[in-house]
Ligand binder design. Structure first.
Ligand code: SF4
Length: 411
């Protein structure tokens, strides 16, 4: 970074989160948005309640909108494309955006409502093209407003990962289904955790970028992210015009012992984009000393059996929709699962397109259409759907247990 201008990241902490937004934005040079079409892109991927650290806090987005509107007369839009089988508007309403969406100066757009356009990625390592929201060409500037989360598949989900919501509907799933064993072998020499998904996300950096990143750590999400961990109130906002710098500083305060390779897609992007920051030392923070912001979060376990000793989840290239369904199934039915399964006789579940016969145990529930290629496995129970609903999975497990008990009363 010698001789080059360092990226600036501004941090602010305040119980009044609107003030934290204001203080963090006051310290950075925001591009001139006058007269432009601006997309506020929070992470609203799920139909879930506010303040859980799962979706971006509506109070933060509201404060960002008020701040920008006061400074720039522009056309403001807000939108997202959530995980599959999720109603975008309902997701916004349930997580506390109803009041904000009534504002006449802010136009809500369901990013999936317009036919997609295809972007070419000629230099992508895995992705060569991607279908994105049909609103792509209507937008001049993107403001990424993610919630700071730990993430089971990616290490952490921050401002670049939030841009995945620009991908059209089910096209997002294609990122989970890429296979490139040779490439993985090469990268794993330096980055043990890297998967095809990380490389595919980093390929998006050829075409995706945010002009302003405002990371919401009012309630961050620790542990089993993206949706089954715990909210941690940090009252903190991190802002930068350099998304990678913002993400690096978000990690510096929540995972101070990590190196960037713990979040492989960020490490890959730092190598891909010229003049990118690689670590905190390549970044100017405001304030300079960020010790007071440090609050280590529990990382996401890489396997679900750390939390549920009586469950073995085989998760190979699944997408967030199936993963969330499994998380909810386990969380909402813990008593039933604990009564019927033990560490020695666990509940076996498999999700994801990468599942093969050799991964399976006897009595594995093969959940979702992605596992259909092993559905003739004699000792498996295939449950179709994309994603199958929680109640269907539960009732199939219950039916199976009833049958087993009938055949073997000692079971
Ligand atoms: S079956 Fe599950 S993992 Fe596969 S695409 Fe559908 S939701 Fe995603």
């Amino acid at each position: 970074m010698m001789g080059r201008k360092k990226a600036v990241v501004s941090l602010a902490q305040n119980k009044d989160i609107a003030l934290a937004v204001k203080f963090s934005l006051d310290n950075i040079e925001i591009p001139d948005f006058f007269g432009k079409n601006i997309l506020l892109k929070p992470n609203v991927g799920r139909e879930t309640d506010p303040h859980l650290g799962i979706n971006t806090n509506a109070e933060v987005v509201s404060a960002v909108f008020d701040y920008l509107k006061r400074r720039y007369k522009a056309n403001y839009f807000i939108g997202d494309s959530p995980i599959i089988n999720t109603d975008t508007k309902k997701a916004f309403e349930q997580s506390g955006y109803s009041e904000l969406l009534k504002n006449e100066d802010l136009q809500f757009i369901d990013l999936d409502k317009k036919p997609p356009i295809e972007l070419k990625i000629p230099h992508g390592k895995i992705l060569k093209k991607i279908k994105v929201t049909g609103f792509w060409e209507d937008i001049d500037h993107i403001i990424s407003i993610p919630v700071l989360k730990m993430h089971m598949h990616c290490g952490a989900s921050l401002s670049f990962k939030n841009l995945k919501g620009l991908i059209y509907k089910r096209e997002k799933i294609t990122l989970h289904h890429k296979e490139a064993p040779e490439l993985i072998k090469k990268y794993q020499k330096d980055m043990k955790k890297v998967k095809e998904l990380d490389i595919a996300i980093s390929d998006l950096a050829h075409v995706f970028s945010a002009d302003l990143s405002i990371i919401d750590a009012s309630y961050a999400h620790e542990g089993m992210g993206p949706s089954s961990g715990e909210p941690i109130k940090l009252d903190t906002i991190i802002a930068s015009t350099n998304f990678l710098a913002a993400d690096i500083i978000a990690l510096a305060i929540t995972q101070p012992k990590w190196r960037l390779k713990e979040v492989p897609h960020l490490k890959l992007i730092s190598e891909l984009l010229p003049n990118s920051p690689k670590s905190q030392k390549d970044i100017i923070t405001i304030p300079e000393n960020i010790k007071a912001f440090i609050h280590p979060l529990k990382p996401s376990p890489e396997t679900i059996s750390i939390k549920y000793k009586n469950v073995r989840l085989i998760d190979i290239n699944s997408c967030s929709a199936c993963l969330s369904t499994i998380f909810n199934l386990l969380k909402n039915n813990k008593e039933f699962i604990d009564q019927n399964f033990t560490e020695d006789n666990p509940l076996h579940l498999a999700i994801g397109k990468g599942v093969t016969y050799s991964d399976l145990y006897d009595e594995t529930y093969l959940i979702g259409n992605c596992t259909s290629k092993v559905k003739d496995y004699k000792k498996g129970i295939f449950i179709k759907g994309c994603t199958p609903v929680e109640s269907t999975i539960l009732s199939i497990i219950k039916d199976r247990l009833r049958l087993k008990k009938k055949l073997n009363p000692d079971f």
